[in-house]
Design a protein around this ligand. Structure first.
Ligand SMILES: [Zn+2]
Length: 368
């Protein structure tokens, strides 16, 4: 059997009753195994996907935000993950691999690669960035469907991703294929944290999945994941302090000290209205975070850090164990999950084990 790993960005375990009523995903969910998966901290898209890909926590991947610090560029490139990723192990075992719009795969050693990436400005020619980041075989599929792209916006990016993925599956039948869809997450940000608040996005994702599942047919085990859930947010936080640099990650923030001592900074941050928990450098490892910054803060419920002073109605970036938890859904897997509680870091080892491949050196463990 081959395996497909499909990430529906922003999918929460609590969304499953809504998706259970849909035509395509509903049918799949009815006969799938489902575990509840703790997101990593901070529950942001790129750190979560780095941990999904690698089976390792941020303290080992080194990925703590969508953006790199201090230049604030998007971390599209696989080289930003310091550990091996599941497609590396699959290729080492002689399997063929594909990834479409999957975060942090740009430039990865993947046979049919069309990564998530976009140009600096809407309307710029997309060919140069995709030529630089796709595999040679993937670039041909990009060219075939690039007219569906609408810069970084959805639903265009998802329409592009599904079309490319379906063609790669039908024409190349890779042994391990990864896909990422973003529309549900984008619509939750705008309209509310649950799938029930975005029925149009649920219908759209299910429509795409109808074609994707049809292409996969009976040859693939299908793993469907979310990277993080969403929580309501109404208040924007900023920390106006001399002596520290604040790097917001939604409902949390990384603090880089710049002249202020740690004790003084921790004491100051504990007094900031809207700041919930404050972790000093020695405590970062308890959250599986690297010591590449100095202090980690988690916002109070309903608050989020924002560089612009604005927040969308819903967001994430929370501490993983606070929840919500994304699901880990396995369809067509012959073995039974040993547990229905897991973490994002358990997902890659499980997918590879299902393909008969060990993934040593990970923080996670296979569920089978
Ligand atoms: Zn996400």
């Amino acid at each position: 059997m081959k395996a497909a790993l499909i990430s529906i960005d922003g999918l929460d375990h609590e969304d499953l009753p809504v998706f259970s009523r849909t035509e395509s995903l509903g049918r799949l969910i009815a006969s799938a195994q489902i575990a509840r998966s703790m997101a990593i901290t901070p529950a942001q898209t790129y750190p979560c996907h780095a941990s999904v890909l690698s089976g390792c926590y941020p303290e080992h991947t080194g990925v703590i935000d969508n953006l790199s610090h201090p230049d604030l560029s998007w971390q599209w490139w696989r080289s930003a993950i310091r550990t091996p990723i599941l497609t590396d192990w699959a290729r080492n075992a002689g399997l063929s691999t594909a990834a479409v719009c999957f975060p942090m795969t740009a430039g990865a050693d993947i046979d049919f690669l069309v990564p998530e990436i976009w140009t600096e400005n809407a309307g710029d020619d997309t060919d140069p960035v995709f030529r630089a980041s796709c595999s040679e075989k993937g670039y041909r599929y990009y060219l075939r469907h690039k007219d569906r792209l609408d810069w970084m916006r959805t639903p265009g990016m998802d329409l592009f991703a599904a079309a490319v993925f379906e063609d790669i599956i039908r024409e190349e039948q890779p042994d391990l294929a990864l896909l990422h869809l973003s529309y549900l997450d984008h619509q939750k940000h705008l309209h509310g944290p649950s799938a029930a608040s975005v029925p149009h996005a649920v219908a759209f994702i299910d429509g795409l999945m109808n074609g994707v599942l049809d292409a996969l047919g009976d040859d693939y085990m299908v793993f469907i994941i979310g990277d993080h859930g969403h929580r309501p947010q109404a208040r924007s936080l900023s920390i106006p302090a001399e002596g520290m640099v604040v790097h917001p990650t939604g409902m949390s923030a990384e603090i880089y000290l710049d002249g202020m001592g740690e004790d003084e900074a921790v004491s100051y941050l504990r007094g900031v209205d809207g700041v919930g928990r404050v972790y000093g450098k020695d405590e970062l490892s308890c959250l599986h975070l690297p010591a590449s910054f100095d202090i980690f803060v988690v916002a109070d419920d309903g608050c989020a850090f924002s560089a612009t002073g604005k927040v969308t109605p819903s967001g994430h970036g929370y501490a993983g164990d606070d929840g919500p938890y994304p699901p880990f859904i396995a369809y067509g897997l012959p073995q039974a999950f040993r547990s229905t509680a897991c973490s994002l870091v358990d997902e890659a080892p499980t997918v590879l084990k299902a393909l008969g491949i060990d993934m040593p050196g990970t923080d996670g463990r296979p569920l089978i």
